[in-house]
Ligand binder design. Structure first.
Ligand code: NAP
Ligand code: G4F
Length: 342
C-alpha cells in the first residue's frame, strides 16, 4: 500500500484529497495543528480512533514552521508522496500578517524539501506543492505555465518563492518535485471567509429570513472557479506523471463576483436588483429590502482583478479536465447551506 503524507489535511483541499487517496487504497498520514477547539470537522466522515488497527487515516501533530516536527514526521512515516497544502491561505489576511504568511507559505515549503533531500539515498519521495493563480497577480491575459508571475500580495509573493524553490530542488537534486498552479476552487467545505462561501451562506440565510444584509468588497474582480473535488484529482495525477513538471489547473472560464452573486440568487429563487456605484452600490429584493451593501473593510490594499487559466497542458499530459460546471458547484453549495439551516 502506498503511503501519502498531507500537510494541511484539515483544510478544504486536504479533506477532499484524503478521501480521494483513501479510495485509491493509500494509507493517508495527515499533519494537524494543536488547536483549543476541534479543527478536524472536515475529516469527520473518515476519522478513525487512534487505537484502531490498520487505519487508513493517521493524524499527527506538527507544523511547517517547526523544522524538527517536519523532519521527525517524514523520517518516521517515509511516505511515497508528500502533498504540501499547508498555508495561511487568505490573501487579505496576508496583508495583516505578512511575515507569518511568508514563514508558513514560503519557508514552510523549503523546510519540507530539505528533509526530502536529506533522505534521497534512502527513498525518492515525490513532492507536490500547492501553487496558486494568485502568483499571476496583475497579468491581464489568459494565464498558462509560460505566463510570467506578477504577485500582488504577501501571500502571492510567498507562493512564488515556494514555486521557485520547488523547481530549484527538482533541477538541482533530481527530486520528483512538482508544482500545481491551481485557480480558485470551491466546495461546501470552503472556508467561511472566502467570497463564494460567504455569499452562498449569507444569501441562503437572507432567503430564509435569518439574516438581513451581506457586506462585501470589490464586486468586479473576476475569477476562474472550479470544484475542489476535481482539483485534488489533478494533484494526484501531477504526482503520477512520467516526469515532475508544473501544471495550470483551471476551468478556462471567468466570472465576476457580481455574476457569482446573481447566479446564487437565481439558484435560491431570490429576485435581486442592483442600484448605485462604487461604495454606494446596493443589491435589493423585489420588495425593496436592501440585502447587499459594500464595505470598505473588505477591500484589499491591492487586488487581483483578472484570473482566467488555460489547462491545455494538464489535458494533454495528465488527461485531466474539470468535471463540474459553475452552475453545478453553486447548486451543491446552496443545497449544503439549505440542509444546514433546517
Ligand atoms: P485552507 O482550507 O485554508 O487549508 C489550509 C490548511 O493548511 C489547513 O489544514 C491549515 O490548518 C493548514 N496550515 C496552516 N498553517 C499551517 C502550518 N503552519 N503548519 C501546518 N499546517 C498549516 O486552504 P485550501 O483552500 O484547502 O487550500 C489548500 C492549499 O492550496 C493552500 O496551500 C492554498 O494556499 C492553496 N491554493 C488554494 C486554492 C483554492 O482556491 N482553494 C487555489 C490555489 C492554491 P488549520 O486547519 O489548523 O488552520
Ligand atoms: O474568495 P477570495 O478571498 O479568494 P482569492 O483572493 O482569489 O484567493 C483564493 O484563491 C486563490 C487562487 O487564486 C488561492 F490561492 C487563495 O488561497 C484563496 O483560496 O476573494 C476573491 C475575490 C477578491 O478579488 C476579493 O477582493 O473576491 C473579492 N471580494 C469581494 N468581497 C471578497 C469580498 N473576498 C472576500 N474574501 N470577502 C469579501 O467580502
Amino acid at each position: 500500500m502506498k503511503k501519502a503524507l498531507i500537510f494541511g489535511i484539515t483544510g478544504q483541499d486536504g479533506a477532499y484529497l484524503a478521501k480521494y487517496l483513501i479510495k485509491k487504497k493509500y494509507v493517508v498520514h495527515g499533519v494537524i495543528r494543536r488547536s483549543s477547539s476541534f479543527n478536524t470537522s472536515r475529516l469527520d466522515d473518515i476519522y478513525e480512533e487512534p487505537f484502531k488497527k490498520n487505519k487508513k487515516l493517521i493524524l499527527h501533530y506538527g507544523d511547517v514552521i517547526d523544522s524538527s516536527s517536519v523532519f521527525k514526521l517524514i523520517e518516521a512515516i517515509m511516505p511515497d508522496e508528500i502533498y504540501n497544502l499547508a498555508a495561511q491561505s487568505h490573501v487579505a489576511v496576508s496583508f495583516e500578517i505578512p511575515e507569518y504568511t511568508s514563514n508558513v507559505d514560503g519557508i514552510g515549503t523549503l523546510r519540507i524539501l530539505e528533509v526530502i533531500k536529506s533522505f534521497l539515498k534512502r527513498k525518492k519521495i515525490k513532492f507536490y506543492q500547492a501553487g496558486t493563480s494568485e502568483m499571476f497577480g496583475g497579468v491581464q491575459n489568459i494565464q498558462d505555465e509560460n505566463t510570467k508571475f506578477d504577485p500582488k500580495s504577501p501571500y502571492a509573493a510567498s507562493k512564488v518563492f515556494a514555486h521557485s524553490i520547488t523547481k530549484i530542488y527538482r533541477d538541482a537534486y533530481g527530486i520528483f518535485a512538482a508544482n500545481g498552479i491551481l485557480f480558485n476552487h470551491e466546495s461546501p467545505l470552503r472556508g467561511e471567509t472566502f467570497v463564494t462561501k460567504k455569499i452562498v451562506k449569507a444569501l441562503t440565510k437572507i432567503k430564509l429570513g435569518k439574516q438581513k444584509c451581506l457586506y462585501l468588497g470589490n464586486l468586479y474582480s473576476k475569477r476562474d472557479w472550479g470544484h475542489a473535488k476535481d482539483y485534488v484529482a489533478a494533484m494526484w495525477k501531477i504526482l503520477q506523471a512520467k516526469k515532475a513538471d508544473d501544471f495550470v489547473i483551471a476551468t478556462n472560464r471567468q466570472f465576476s463576483i457580481k455574476q457569482f452573486i446573481n447566479l446564487v440568487a437565481k439558484e435560491l429563487k431570490l429576485k435581486l436588483n442592483w442600484r448605485g456605484k462604487g461604495i454606494n452600490e446596493i443589491g435589493f429584493t423585489s420588495e425593496g429590502k436592501v440585502v447587499i451593501k459594500i464595505s470598505k473593510k473588505y477591500f484589499r490594499p491591492l487586488d487581483v482583478n483578472n484570473l482566467q487559466g488555460n489547462y491545455s497542458k494538464a489535458k494533454k499530459i495528465l488527461k485531466w479536465k474539470p468535471e463540474t460546471s459553475l452552475a453545478q458547484l453553486i447548486k451543491e453549495m446552496v443545497n449544503f447551506e439549505l440542509k444546514n439551516n433546517d
